[in-house]
Design a protein around this ligand. Structure first.
Ligand code: SF4
Length: 279
């Protein structure tokens, strides 16, 4: 039986993108190919918050106790090696069972499944078919992969998704990382990878930005995706994993989105739930 290393598994309201407001089960897998230490920092500087928390990781026994960070990746514990022991390795059976426990009616109705991370399209692709084929998952009709858009689909998983989508809806919410994330353009903006997602589902780009300069980067990246044939929608979403930073950016980013005829994505989990772990 396949296993997945699970950082978090919880039920909440989707706060971002296409399914904003939809009741959702979030399956957060462990591991990421990026660190995104640039978020919320002056241009060119990198946050040390995740590293500093990693040095005292032994003080924390569960996700709910972990501090929030105002700079860098807001889900640092889902990839930082110092926190790996907080993420159990579970069989697909155990995960499916837990999902049934947290769904309000003990079965899928209008809820959708979000597979997030970390980066959910790393090696875990091999385990998803077994999870999605589990008896208790048959009522599931909509799924979103929240990805950074750098991981190619394996031929096996691509073929599986092509079959799965015959009666169901697959979405790739691609949060492509701009320079404000601290990641390198050449490694983060990979249009051919995202165009491939469009072959098996609906894909959209969700750029996390704060300034006009970030927006200029988003425009440049969009041109590269469009030149490669990308057809999906483009969302702008404010930087802000904590309320103080979110509140500094949300209105300006909404105005930028309006000005340029793009979609605005909120991050409802911040004003609703303070972006606490498990929300
Ligand atoms: S890609 Fe996402 S999960 Fe990975 S470090 Fe960046 S923000 Fe965090």
């Amino acid at each position: 039986m396949s296993k997945l290393k699970i950082a978090e598994l919880f039920y909440s309201v989707q706060g971002e993108g296409r399914y904003m407001g939809v009741p959702s089960v979030f399956l957060r897998v462990f591991g990421c190919n990026f660190k995104c230490a640039g978020f919320g920092m002056p241009r060119g500087e990198l946050s040390r918050e995740a590293e500093e928390l990693g040095e005292v990781a032994h003080l924390y026994n569960k996700y709910e106790d972990l501090p929030l960070v105002s700079t860098g990746c807001d889900s640092y514990a889902s990839w930082h090696p110092s926190f790996k022991d907080l993420s159990p390795v579970l069989t697909t059976d155990a995960i499916a069972e837990r999902i049934m426990e947290i769904l309000p009616h003990g079965e899928w109705r209008d809820e959708h499944l979000v597979i997030t991370g970390g980066e959910p399209l790393l090696g875990w692709q091999r385990a998803y078919p077994e999870l999605l084929d589990h008896n208790s998952m048959h009522g599931l009709k909509e799924i979103t992969f929240e990805t950074n858009g750098t991981q190619k689909l394996t031929p096996e998983f691509k073929e599986y998704l092509q079959r799965w989508r015959a009666q169901r809806e697959i979405t790739f919410s691609v949060s492509a990382k701009l320079p404000c994330s601290g990641e390198r353009w050449e490694e983060a903006i990979l249009p051919e990878v995202v165009c491939e997602y469009e072959q098996v589902g609906t894909a959209y780009l969700k750029f996390v930005i704060a300034t006009e300069r970030d927006f200029a980067d988003a425009e440049r990246a969009t041109e590269e995706y469009r030149a490669a044939g990308f057809e999906g929608h483009v969302y702008l979403m404010p930087v802000g994993g904590v309320e103080s930073v979110y509140a500094m950016n949300n209105r300006n980013v909404a105005l930028l989105a309006m000005k340029h005829g793009l979609r605005y994505s909120d991050r409802l989990q911040v004003p609703l739930f303070k972006n606490e772990w498990g929300t």
